[in-house]
Design a protein around this ligand. Structure first.
Ligand code: AHR
Length: 325
């Protein structure tokens, strides 16, 4: 009898231990991440941030896919995540349109989709759960407002004489290219009727294309006052083209980029670039937090913004040592 009581006590104790540890250990979630490629310094920092933040969490398992700038690769990756029944999909859309059907499939399979950095088109936004990242329209506004203040301070804009701007756009159809243009033009049209975008072409967010397109701009336009590049990589490529044309970047042509990568800081500190609007790629920790909230049954906000600054010759030297990307 005594023997049975002891065995029963051992059994109850073991069950208690098992259930307590089951309660304490979070469920492992598989995260499928479809990244667009490795076109810029920014993109590499973004990939690293996500891989590192998820890699640090024992209860998360990352399935990573690099689309190498091809939308069809992204669609294939999303379908493979659905077939594998991942718990959540993190997704950066190369361009805004064309993902409706695959997002419908994810929704039908009950897999939540968190957009990071680049969103899909407005008509498909009901198919994803949330978007985290920068406000690209606001970045465009910041670039134009910075230019307005700079020209005024230097006495370079009397409000009458035409200011000739060339624009290096990002990947055609992508959210940052559409919205950075929109924000810049909004400020320009409302406050600066004498500014004119005399040339505007895509440089696909890469240094090499930024350089090639700037070479063409310089051949076609004699009086370029300002270059507005939708990212720093294109601005840095353009700087080379400007130097090779015998002009002084940052002096003969005012240069504005977006991202605030270390390469842009180096150019600003050397006086070859004037300003970069920050767009933070360090979204990994925010993504992990959103996944944990989701796993805990919380409702995510429709949009999760990052807080960002703007850097020029007045504050770049001070900020440079603490930059992480
Ligand atoms: O989507 C963010 C943009 O994509 C960054 O500005 C650019 O550098 C990147 O390639």
């Amino acid at each position: 009898m005594k023997k049975w009581t002891k065995a029963f006590a051992v059994l109850v104790f073991t069950m208690l231990i098992v259930s307590v540890s089951a309660l304490g250990a979070p469920e492992t979630w598989v995260v499928g991440f479809s990244q667009i490629g490795a076109e810029s310094e920014w993109r590499n920092a973004n990939t690293f941030s996500v891989q590192h933040a998820i890699g640090e969490e024992p209860s998360l398992l990352l399935v990573f896919s690099d689309a190498q700038q091809k939308q069809e690769n992204q669609i294939k990756a999303l379908r493979s995540f659905i077939a594998r029944k991942v718990d959540v999909i993190a997704f950066t859309a190369l361009v805004e349109t064309g993902y409706g059907p695959v997002l419908e499939e994810a929704k039908k399979a009950g897999i939540p989709v968190i957009m990071i950095d680049r969103d899909v088109a407005p008509e498909d936004r009901h198919l994803r759960l949330t978007i985290m990242g920068s406000d690209f329209v606001e970045e465009g506004r910041k670039a134009a407002n910075w230019l307005g203040d700079f020209l005024k301070e230097k006495g370079l804009d009397d409000g009458e004489k035409q200011i000739n701007i060339v624009e290096l756009q990002g990947t055609v159809g992508s959210a940052p290219a559409i919205e950075r243009k929109e924000g810049f033009e909004e400020v320009m049209n409302v406050k600066h009727p004498n500014w004119k975008i005399v040339r505007s072409q895509t440089g696909n967010f890469t240094r090499s294309e930024g350089k090639a397109v700037m070479e063409a701009f310089l051949k076609a336009e004699k009086n370029i006052d300002v270059l507005y590049a939708h990212n720093d990589d294109m601005a840095i490529g353009a700087i080379q083209a400007i130097q090779e044309a015998g002009l002084k970047p940052g002096v003969d042509i005012i240069i504005i980029g977006v991202d605030a990568v270390k390469g842009a800081f180096a150019e600003i500190l050397a006086g070859r670039m004037n300003c970069t609007v920050e767009c933070s790629p360090l979204l990994g920790p925010q993504l992990v937090q959103a996944i944990f909230d989701l796993r805990d049954g919380e409702t995510l906000p429709e949009r999760i913004y990052t807080i960002e600054g703007i850097f020029d010759q007045t504050n770049a030297a001070e900020a440079f040592p603490t930059r992480q990307y």
